[in-house]
Design a protein around this ligand. Structure first.
Ligand code: ATP
Ligand code: MG
Length: 361
């Protein structure tokens, strides 16, 4: 390969709870994967975020962190436990929400794929939920002033869903582009029979975008029917595109069907930025004891490598991404698992097992 290896500048935000255990595990695996494919090592930059940033910088997401992120190629975001922050931080937009909003990371991509073995309800699940991340029923209170959620009287709460053509177009394009790299099938999830204008616009615009992808099969399903289809035949679905709240709920359901939420990865991406983030939370109940399963964080970091590879036309990064996923699968199929998957490996032991397999040892 005549192209010189590219060195990526990657941010690391450890976060709260199990974050300082699972994020370094993912860093080690990424380093091993890049080395294994002959790529330049990543230039990691640790940035403050979460409870420790409140103590040291007086902010859960310091402005300096956001400024530094802007100069990086991508980031790993550890989970955070914003419900445990003291006021006023608890009532503020939580750190991941703040980063998603600041960088307009509009696509939340959440694969649900079994790891083999174990107690999965639908182990043959292999789908990706592409969730719109900026509007719908979670429309941001600050962006759409007065239209997100409010209480006209103490006994009346109003929540508005916001759906705009540009936001639906870009999430639909993300879904159809992804489908072209997979099994070429997109399912549009909506509730246009009841929410005729709002969910109707989502469905209509997605179908318009579909016309530009005649090579991709498309269908549409009501959100309620979709939960039933997923339970009965999750394996039939490939790419599922949904508005913010529907996508949030469906991706938890699909992740659990495929295995467990503890192994469910995700990225939040725009056209030029990507943030890797496990689908689970900070698990304060098991933090600091080496019990946490780093699979979701490691697979999320692998998705970031895949995104970097496609964005920069970098075959090595694409190979490294594939190695990360294969390494995790190989470790699990060799019986190396953390306690939540029925094994005895610590967070560090599991990461070391993945590093060995990624490195081809
Ligand atoms: P959040 O609101 O931040 O998403 P949550 O209430 O959904 O948090 P989690 O922090 O995801 O909760 O934890 C839910 C349960 O799953 C806890 O018992 C936790 O210990 C467990 N858990 C979550 N992530 C992991 C992990 N990576 N490894 C092992 N167990 C985990
Ligand atoms: Mg949760």
């Amino acid at each position: 390969n005549p192209v010189p290896p590219r060195s990526y500048r990657l941010g690391v935000m450890l976060g709260d709870g199990i974050g300082p255990e699972i994020v370094p595990a993912a860093v080690r695996v990424v380093d091993a994967a890049l080395a294994a494919v002959g790529s330049a090592s990543a230039d990691w930059q640790e940035l403050p975020l979460g409870a420790s940033a409140i103590e040291q910088h007086g902010s859960a997401i310091p402005p300096a962190t956001l400024e530094a992120l802007a100069g990086l190629d991508g980031w790993l975001l550890g989970p955070h436990d914003s419900a445990a922050y003291p006021e006023p931080f608890r009532s503020q937009l939580n750190p991941s929400g703040a980063i998603r909003k600041h960088f307009d990371l509009y696509a939340n991509v959440r694969p649900a794929r079994g790891l083999g073995g174990g107690t999965a309800i639908a182990p043959d699940t292999d789908l990706v939920v592409v969730r719109e991340n900026t509007e719908g029923f979670y429309a941001d209170r600050n962006t759409h002033a007065g239209t997100g959620e409010y209480m006209p009287t103490p006994d009346v709460a109003v929540c508005m869903g916001v759906f705009t053509r540009p936001a639906v177009e870009r999430i639909a394009r993300a879904a159809f582009e992804l489908a072209r790299r997979r099994r070429r099938r997109v399912t549009i999830v909506h509730k246009a029979n009841v929410l005729q204008l709002s969910s109707g616009l989502f469905k209509r615009v997605c179908l318009e975008v579909a016309e530009g992808y005649p090579d991709v099969a498309v269908d549409d399903v009501h959100i309620d029917a979709m939960t039933v289809h997923l339970l009965r035949r999750a394996h039939d679905f490939d790419v599922v595109v949904a508005e913010n709240m529907f996508g949030d709920i469906l991706s938890d359901l699909a992740g659990e069907l495929a295995g467990s939420l503890g192994i469910a990865p995700s990225v939040n991406a725009s056209d030029d930025r990507c943030m890797a983030q496990a689908a689970h939370g900070s698990a304060p109940d098991i933090a600091g004891r080496g019990l946490a399963n780093p699979v979701a964080m490691i697979l999320s970091a692998g998705m970031l490598l895949d995104w970097l590879g496609r964005r920069h036309g970098d075959e090595r990064a694409l190979d490294a991404a594939a190695r990360v996923e294969e390494g995790v699968r190989a470790a699990v199929s060799d019986g190396v698992c953390t306690r939540d998957l029925g094994g005895t490996a610590s967070t560090g032991e599991f990461a070391a097992a993945v590093v060995d397999r990624v490195a081809g040892r």
